[in-house]
Design a binder for this molecule. Structure first.
Ligand code: FAD
Ligand code: SIN
Length: 526
């Protein structure tokens, strides 16, 4: 058993921000399920939204966020996050993040849904620089212990106390060590879930392999509400390539002049879908437009073309994308890029308040695994890293302010493996994993119908029985843990989608095409 003051599950932007805020006063342990930099944070390209230009205002950023979120956002939370953005950028500069500059000022790029240039960035690999800076600071802090390769299975709660108290607290997690297969117990007075999103529920996703909704599923099983899980964001422009399946082409390419072209007609098509905002309409609008063109013309992809801009400008702004594409035989300075929409971001998640508190005492959450009220029905580009910084800090501040009132950790039972054996049928996991991701893509994608959702629900019910049986009989492995969580998350997404009888933001269904006058969260209660 390992005991610390505070336990954080996740070493991305949210987890490391919380750890660095707490470390001056407390002993913090941070778990990651693989390498420390294998979450989405390191993959972020475009940047971080913040009001930094004289012509821009907090009100504009708030309004753009609410418009993208189709009114489902919590305005107070939006204001809270937007107003904390400039300070978050200052802290990152203090940690050594080398944001791009123009003269003496930060260079601000533009993305869909933003009325102003507002995105600070490190060329087209912002996340990598942010992850490096946060990790460097955490690694050198004597109060922070970073433990990679620990796959959290479930939260340790009052139900696991040796003498059951009935208090309903969370006391840490059980996690399997990927290298040894042993299950370790990590305890703490406060636990923060910062486990990222659930993109890998879908066949095509820009998210890394580990985005399997683990934190959302663990919190749900322990008794937390989840909200707006039907709001799955599809990024309009993922590279279409038969070998490289999930490489994002940043929205900043459109922000800097990139045009979407139908390869059959050779025509720019966004004018038919959003004549004013064109390629810079919010993501749901652009993704649906591409989906419609692909279906109407029987295409495999559409073209994203920035070759009309000077070659030096393109190479200077997008050095990493340019290099990657050159390796695949595409020169974006002279040729269009084949793109398709792909799952990109999980807007819904664990319900938290402004301090990052969940429904359970001792459990906090921050980042993509949460539903804080910021994104509503569709996340505005580059608002999610920002959310990680603001809520990572908010959790930490709340824990620090209430530390003396937190009860001590009681004795927790160790993990019990006395009734399970080693699996003899690993192929079951692979088969089910592929099946879930395929029907989620086909039935619960960009355009939905009640019939498709019901089909998915039926498949999920059958697989849930199979996986529960498997879980009950065999020793846990990282793949089994992820499969169980993937299935749980898929169930929450489909149930939420069936619950919403309208189309709003990212949730578009042919059976309920209208938007209702009042925006209401879908809240599922365990
Ligand atoms: P992550 O960074 O995903 O970290 C999750 C952590 O949790 C990892 O350390 C992982 O190991 C750990 N973990 C998960 N499950 C377990 C478990 N069971 N046990 C132990 N540990 C676990 N947003 C922007 O604002 N701007 C952008 O430009 C941008 N570009 C993006 C580009 C791509 C390709 C992608 C995929 C996303 C992009 N996003 C962007 C979204 C943004 O990157 C993420 O929302 C954000 O990084 C999430 O951070 P996080 O800290 O919540 O989780
Ligand atoms: C991108 O660079 O297009 C991604 C930005 C985001 O997801 O916020």
């Amino acid at each position: 058993m390992t005991q610390s003051d505070i336990l954080i599950i996740g070493s991305g932007a949210a987890g490391l921000t919380a750890a660095l805020t707490l470390a001056p006063r407390f002993r913090v342990t941070v778990l990651a399920k693989g390498a420390l930099n294998d979450g989405s944070t390191a993959w972020a390209q475009g940047g971080i939204a913040a009001v930094l230009e004289p012509g821009d205002t907090f009100d504009h950023h708030v309004e753009d966020t609410m418009v993208a979120g189709a009114g489902l956002n919590d305005r107070d939370v939006v204001e809270f996050v937007v107003e904390h953005a400039p300070a978050a950028i200052e802290r990152l500069i203090g940690l050594g993040v080398p944001f791009a500059t123009e003269g003496n000022a930060l260079h601000l790029t533009r993305e869909g849904g933003h009325s102003h240039r507002r995105i600070v960035h490190v060329a087209d690999a912002t996340g990598w620089a942010v992850q490096e800076a946060l990790q460097r600071a955490a690694e050198s802090h004597p109060n922070i212990t970073l433990v990679p390769d620990q796959v959290a299975i479930d939260l340790a709660t009052s139900r696991h106390e040796e003498r059951y108290s009935g208090a309903g607290n969370v006391w840490g997690v059980y996690a399997v060590d990927r290298r040894t297969g042993d299950v370790n117990l990590y305890t703490a007075k406060a636990t923060i879930l910062a486990t990222g999103g659930a993109g890998r529920t879908y066949l095509f996703s820009t998210a890394p392999r580990g985005a399997t909704g683990d934190g959302i599923a663990m919190a749900w099983r322990a008794g937390c509400r989840v909200s707006n899980m039907e709001m799955m964001q599809f990024h309009p422009t993922c590279l279409y390539n038969l070998e490289v399946k999930n490489f994002l082409i940043t929205e900043a390419v459109r922000g800097e002049g990139g045009r979407l072209i139908n390869p059959t007609t050779g025509k720019r098509f966004m004018a038919y879908y959003d004549a004013v905002r064109m390629e810079l309409a919010p993501r749901d609008v652009v993704a649906r437009a591409i989906d419609a063109e692909i279906k109407r013309y029987g295409l495999d992809y559409v073209h994203l073309d920035i070759s009309h801009m000077p070659a030096d400008f393109v190479r200077g702004h997008f050095p990493n994308i340019h290099e990657k594409l050159i390796g695949l035989g595409i020169d974006m300075t002279t040729q269009p890029i084949p793109v398709v929409p792909a799952q990109h971001y999980t807007c819904g998640g664990i319900v938290i308040d402004r301090d990052g508190r969940t429904d359970l005492p001792g459990l906090y959450a921050a980042g993509e695994c949460t539903e804080s009220g910021l994104h509503g029905a569709n996340r505005l580009a580059s608002n999610s890293l920002l959310e990680c910084f603001v809520f990572g800090e908010a959790c930490a501040n709340h824990i620090a302010a209430h530390w003396d009132a937190l009860p001590p950790v009681p004795k927790i039972r160790p993990w019990d493996e006395s009734r399970v054996t080693d699996s003899d049928e690993e192929v079951v996991i692979k088969q089910n994993w592929t099946e879930i991701r395929r029907f989620m893509w086909n039935y619960v994608g960009i355009v939905r119908t009640t019939k498709r959702l019901e089909r998915a629900q039926h498949r999920i019910a059958m697989l849930t029985e199979e996986v529960a049986d498997y879980y009950g009989h065999f020793r846990v492995t990282p793949d089994l843990i992820e499969l169980r969580n993937l299935l749980q998350t898929a169930e929450l997404i489909v149930r939420s989608a069936l619950h919403r009888h309208e189309s709003r933001g990212l949730h578009y269904t042919r059976d309920w095409p209208e938007t209702l006058p009042e925006a209401v969260d879908t809240v599922l209660v365990p």
